[in-house]
Design a protein around this ligand. Structure first.
Ligand code: PLP
Length: 224
């Protein structure tokens, strides 16, 4: 292995360890928090040491970029679970449903409709999350917190979409804790069990607030 591959392997193991320790400290089972390794901007050479270590859950934020590397990697490694964690345009819904196993960024009716129709057409059943804009930031995707319950219900009743959980990206310059707490409360009210929250800088805090899935990129690969 190259020095860089070795480095990535080590930091990956280190993050897995930290997640398990933090979960224990929060009185949770260590396997109750899954790691989504975020691979955007990193290529197959960087991703391989993590696949070789046996990890299978990955996240990408662009359909096009994911399309350019994951079909090849899927031929080499079985049981990969690929998450779309970036905004989705409805004209990319067909491609997204074909490529991803999980879409974390359902945030408007048009996308819910497009995903529902593509899943039927392609006979695929993806795990779905609704993205919540907990900070009500104008430039950020996500449904407003106060609209979340009604939106989750509409996804189910009007489009037959089973929503597994909620996802958020707190405002970058704020203490993330209150945002994670809000997401946890909304999920509880909606009867949803999964919470995708926490990134390189705040995944340990997210675990304290009940994250079932943390999305970590730069803490493993270095800065982009
Ligand atoms: C890039 C990205 C991450 C990972 O960010 P890091 O700070 O590199 O860990 C997590 N979630 C989303 C939605 C992202 O776009």
């Amino acid at each position: 292995m190259s020095d860089r591959s070795n480095q990535i392997h080590q930091t990956f193991l280190n993050i897995c360890n930290k997640i398990a320790i933090r979960a224990k400290e929060a009185d949770r089972k260590s396997d109750s928090v899954k790691l989504t390794v975020v691979t955007k901007t990193f290529d197959a050479d960087d991703i391989s040491p993590i696949l070789e270590a046996g990890h299978r859950i990955f996240g990408e934020n662009r359909v096009q970029e994911a399309q350019s590397k994951w079909p090849d990697l899927r031929e080499k490694y079985e049981n990969i679970e690929l998450h779309l964690i970036g905004p989705l345009q409805s004209n990319k819904a067909a491609e997204a449903v074909a490529l991803f196993d999980v879409i974390e960024t359902i945030d408007r009716e048009k996308i819910a409709a497009a995903i529902s129709s593509e899943m039927s057409k392609q006979d695929r059943n993806l795990r779905l999350f609704v993205q919540v804009n907990t900070g009500l930031e104008a430039q950020k995707a996500g449904i407003a917190p106060q609209e979340t319950l009604a939106f989750v219900q509409m996804c189910k009743e009007k489009y037959g979409l089973e929503i597994a959980g909620l996802m958020c990206i707190p405002p970058f310059d704020e203490n993330p804790g209150p945002h994670f707490a809000l997401l946890e409360k909304l999920a509880r009210e909606a009867g949803l069990s999964e919470l995708s929250m926490g990134m390189s800088g705040d995944y340990e805090t997210a675990i304290d607030f009940g994250a079932t899935s943390v999305r970590v990129g730069s803490a493993i690969f270095g800065s982009r």
